[in-house]
Design a protein around this ligand. Structure first.
Ligand SMILES: *[C@@H]1O[C@H](CO)[C@@H](O)[C@H](O)[C@H]1NC(C)=O
Ligand SMILES: *[C@@H]1O[C@H](CO)[C@@H](O)[C@H](O)[C@H]1NC(C)=O
Ligand SMILES: *[C@@H]1O[C@H](CO)[C@@H](O)[C@H](O)[C@H]1NC(C)=O
Length: 525
């Protein structure tokens, strides 16, 4: 930053033009600062000493002297020197003007010279300030996006000045945001944006001396988006580690991020934590916290991961007819981070690849295995294996292959059973009719049928109670006087995954099927 140059005290003057005009006279332009000692030259074209020189300003005599004149009284500010030049001891504002010297040279010749004196000062006391939200140690001013900022500049120059504000930013610059010829210049910027971040310079220019003084201030615009940090994970080259990535872009200045509970926040917009897989477990919560100057500590933003073991789900028992094709399906929606799900065959868990026999396909979270041209050899166990960075789980599917002829046998058996059912129905109807006054079948029974889908209910008439008395506890009679009907519930394998799980051998899995959301530990990195 420029500072106002101190005015030199002795004989500082600028000779901008010095032209010799006709009749042996010259005209000189001089500039002096208030307080200077200025020497206005007169006879400079020869080396004779004038006998008498008279100086006039704007037609009025200001001083005269020479070898033949008496010495000037002490304390006079304007003194004609020995060679005829005019010495002004301590220039004042107002001394500016057109000076004319008339000298009488030896041999009765005369000489005239003109001096145009300019008196200038400044720019002095240049001050530039920006008022915004805060000021950093190094003087840089900080404004928050959307706030307003006031810029003020002032300076003094004699006889006239120009003040202007200029901007230099990363994406654009503007040499004149505003300007004035007054002694101060202020303006306000509303709703500041990141693009208004940059260096603001106030320049004060003395329009007579062309001397200029500038003062610059840096303005930073801070902002946070309305978003949260983003938590992701990535596998690494080394399979024993997982990368957890926390990122938060679009802030100024850069946020500080921290994975986990302990440790120091790091100033970055993307923080990667490399975690040993053996430290990860089901239900564990990995959290990334973010700090920024514009956020209070209470509203610290964060993102997190709840680790969940894989949980492949599907039908555990599948039957197919020989020479047809069948599609086994399995879906994986639980795992976090997402699992890699594959189909395997047999207790050796041979991997299956797509070809003429098998086709593997994926439909969102559903993984399908289609087996073509089924033969008895295809019968056996298949595994839908789901693996994420810290756990493996398998769904075991047993495929039963029926010979095509068994369908015919099945039909015969079916007809036989049908006949049996019709026969029993007749008997039951007859029995019911004869004991209709003793049967109480409430609405509750119907409801139970709906609720207990998949359970087989054997209804036993109260007349036959004595048959079961030894094995089945008898229910107390209801208050409405009706006899209670005994109900026996047999479980058959059903297709929901709880049963799938019980039939699952899970060679690599411990008893951790209950996904307890206990307050998980944070990873120590
Ligand atoms: C002042 O400090 C801020 C933050 O530390 C920095 O970004 C800026 O460049 C500094 N400005 C100057 C002029 O040193
Ligand atoms: C991961 O952690 C386990 C248990 O703390 C340790 O035995 C193993 O060496 C670690 N793996 C690596 C690659 O550091
Ligand atoms: C089906 O399998 C049988 C026995 O494995 C084989 O002989 C036959 O060629 C196969 N058919 C097709 C169409 O692949």
């Amino acid at each position: 930053m420029n500072t106002v140059a101190t005015v030199a005290l002795l004989g500082v003057f600028l000779t901008a033009t010095a032209a010799v005009s006709g009749n042996g006279s010259t005209e000189t332009l001089m500039t002096a600062n208030p307080g200077d000692i200025a020497v206005l030259p007169c006879y400079t074209v020869g080396n004779e000493t004038p006998s008498l020189t008279t100086w006039t300003k704007d037609g009025r005599e200001v001083s005269s002297g020479g070898v033949s004149a008496s010495p000037p009284p002490a304390g006079q500010r304007l003194v004609v020197l020995h060679d005829g030049s005019l010495n002004i001891i301590g220039v004042l504002t107002g001394d500016e003007g057109s000076y004319l010297c008339s000298s009488i040279l030896p041999v009765n010749r005369s000489f005239q010279a003109r001096v145009l004196l300019q008196v200038t000062s400044g720019p002095d006391e240049v001050s530039a300030s920006i008022s915004a939200n805060s000021v950093l140690h190094n003087g840089t001013v900080v404004a928050y996006r959307g706030s307003s900022v006031t810029l003020n500049c002032s300076a003094f120059s004699y006889p006239s000045q120009q003040l202007s504000w200029a901007f230099k930013g990363a994406s654009y610059s503007n040499d004149t945001l505003a300007s004035t010829s007054e002694s101060s210049l202020g303006f306000k910027m509303e709703n500041v944006q990141p693009s208004t971040q940059g260096v603001y310079t106030c320049m004060a220019l003395n329009t007579v001396s062309n001397k200029s003084v500038s003062k610059s201030t840096e303005l930073l615009v801070y902002y946070v988006p309305g978003t949260h940090p983003d938590c992701r994970w990535e596998p690494t080259q080394d399979p024993s580690y997982v990368h957890f990535i926390c990122s938060w872009f679009g802030l100024y200045p850069t946020p500080k991020l921290l994975w986990g509970k302990d440790g120091a926040f790091q100033e970055t917009d993307r923080l990667t934590a490399k975690v040993n897989r053996s430290l990860l477990s089901d239900g564990q919560i990995l959290t990334c916290k973010a700090q920024h100057q514009l956020l209070n500590l209470q509203e610290e933003k964060s993102c997190s991961f709840t680790l969940m073991s894989p949980y492949p789900v599907g039908d555990p028992l599948v039957t197919a007819l020989e020479a047809t094709s069948i599609t086994l399906t399995c879906s994986e929606t639980t795992s976090s981070p997402p699992a890699n799900t594959t189909w395997r065959r047999g207790l050796q868990q041979d991997s299956i690849v797509t070809g003429s026999k098998y086709v593997l396909s994926e439909d969102g979270p559903t993984f399908k295995l289609t087996i073509f041209n089924i033969s008895k050899d295809d019968e056996g166990v298949y595994f839908c294996r789901s693996e994420n960075p810290f756990a493996v789980r398998e769904l075991e599917v047993y495929l039963t292959v029926k010979a095509a002829s068994s369908a015919y046998t099945g039909a015969i058996i079916g007809v036989f059973i049908a006949a049996l059912i019709v026969g029993s129905a007749i008997i039951v109807t007859k029995t019911l009719y004869s004991s209709r006054h003793r049967i109480c079948l409430g609405g509750g029974f119907g409801q139970m049928m709906e609720e207990e889908n998949g359970d087989v209910l054997s209804l036993v008439d109260s007349d036959d109670e004595q048959i079961f008395q030894d094995t089945v506890p008898q229910l107390p009679p209801l208050t409405n006087g009706c006899h209670t009907t005994l109900v026996q519930i047999h479980r058959i394998p059903s297709s929901d995954h709880e049963d799938a799980e019980s039939s699952d051998t899970r060679p690599q899995q411990q008893e951790d099927t209950e996904q307890t959301q206990e307050p998980a530990d944070l990873v120590k990195f």
